[in-house]
Structure formats: structure tokens, C-alpha cells
Design a protein. Structure first.
Length: 114
């Protein structure tokens, strides 16, 4: 799990990234990011709608997988950014690890965030 200082919640923070952030899309998720010069550390949020995955247990499992995989990447960013991963397909839950890594790497490697 990522440290609490690297997570963010709240309607205003998320809506600011939704409106002003740059989007990168893949088949199963969207990554939105924006620089945040007011903070020292980068922050990450994972959003999964109830329309995508009905069960809270399943949503939390997808969220934990994404947090754990992106933890080293997030801590390695040079500048501080606000990053939101919006899951748009329930198949992240049943993907094997190799496919999961490939999908998330496709999202993370496209933008020039550093």
C-alpha cells in the first residue's frame, strides 16, 4: 500500500484533476495527471465506479493491486504530480499478473510525467 501522504481524496482535488489534467487511455483504464507545485510529494487516487464493478470487495481488490504496482513508480517521480487512475473495465479483477502489468505499464509509460 502507498503511504497516506501519497494518497488523495476529496471532491475538489479529484474534480480539479478531471477538469485540468492530461488524459492517457488504455483498454481498461484512464490515467489523468497534472503537476502540483504546491506539494512536496506526488499523490495517487484510484477510482472505480459501482457501474463497473458492483462488489465493494472486488473494487477494493483492484484498487489494492493498482496501488501496490504503482507505489515504486509514484515514489520515483522527480516533481510532484496528482495522478488519478480511473478503471473502466472489470476485467482487471480477473487478469493474470502478466496482462495486468502490461496494461498498467501501457498507461504509465505513455505520458512524459517525470
Amino acid at each position: 500500500m502507498i503511504p497516506f501522504s501519497n494518497r488523495f481524496h476529496g471532491h475538489n482535488s479529484l474534480s480539479y484533476v478531471y477538469k485540468n489534467g492530461t488524459a492517457v487511455r488504455s483498454r481498461v483504464a484512464v490515467l489523468k495527471y497534472i503537476g502540483n507545485p504546491h506539494r512536496r510529494t506526488s499523490r495517487l487516487a484510484v477510482v472505480i465506479s459501482k457501474k463497473v464493478v458492483k462488489s465493494a470487495v472486488s473494487r477494493n481488490r483492484i484498487r489494492r493491486r493498482i496501488y501496490e504496482y504503482l507505489r515504486p513508480w509514484l515514489l520515483g517521480l522527480e516533481k510532484s504530480h496528482d495522478v488519478v487512475v480511473i478503471v473502466s473495465a472489470a476485467e482487471l479483477l480477473t487478469m493474470d499478473h502478466g496482462d495486468f502489468v502490461q496494461e498498467i505499464n501501457q498507461l504509465v509509460n505513455q505520458p512524459n510525467i517525470n
